[in-house]
Design a protein around this ligand. Structure first.
Ligand code: ATP
Ligand code: MG
Length: 113
C-alpha cells in the first residue's frame, strides 16, 4: 500500500529534512511554500491574540512512500522539527489509491521506486 505523507513545518527546517529523507527509501518529494495557521490562528507564543486570524509562512512537503517506511518518515520529521514552542508543524498520512510513472506506464509501488 502506498501512503502520502503531507507535512507542514517551519521553513528553516527544510534543508535538514531533505538531507535526512534522501538517506531513506524515498522515491521523490514535492515541496511548496505555503501559508497556514493552526490552533493559535497564526499567533506566535507571547503575542497578544485578537480576533484577526493571520497566516504564517510554512513549508509543505509531500512524499508518497510504501507504507512500510511511513513510521520511519514520521519519526524523522518529528525528530527534526520538535520544539517546545507552538507552531512546530503537523503531519498527515493519506492513503494513495494508485500511482503512475508517465514515461513507462508503471503503476503502484513500481511507479514510485
Ligand atoms: N487541520 C489542519 N489542516 C490543514 N493544515 C493544517 C492543519 N493544522 C495545521 N496545519 C498546517 O500546519 C501548520 C503548522 O500547524 P501548527 O504546528 O501550528 O499546529 P497546531 O495544531 O496549532 O500545533 P501547536 O499547538 O504546536 O502550534 C499550519 O500553519 C498549517 O499550515
Ligand atoms: Mg499552532
Amino acid at each position: 500500500m502506498l501512503k502520502k505523507i503531507e507535512c507542514f513545518f517551519q521553513p528553516s527546517k527544510l534543508d535538514e529534512i531533505k538531507d535526512e529523507l534522501v538517506k531513506m527509501d524515498v522515491g521523490g518529494m514535492s515541496v511548496s511554500e505555503v501559508k497556514g495557521f493552526g490552533t493559535q490562528r497564526g499567533y506566535l507564543e507571547g503575542e497578544k491574540i485578537n480576533k484577526k486570524v493571520k497566516f504564517l509562512p510554512k513549508i509543505k512537503v509531500e512524499i508518497v512512500v510504501d507504507e512500510e517506511i511511513v513510521e520511519q518518515v514520521i519519526e524523522t520529521i518529528r525528530r527534526l522539527c520538535t520544539a517546545k514552542t507552538i507552531g512546530a508543524g503537523k503531519i498527515f498520512v493519506i492513503p494513495v489509491e494508485d500511482a503512475v510513472r508517465i514515461r513507462t506506464a508503471e503503476v503502484g509501488k513500481s511507479a514510485i521506486y
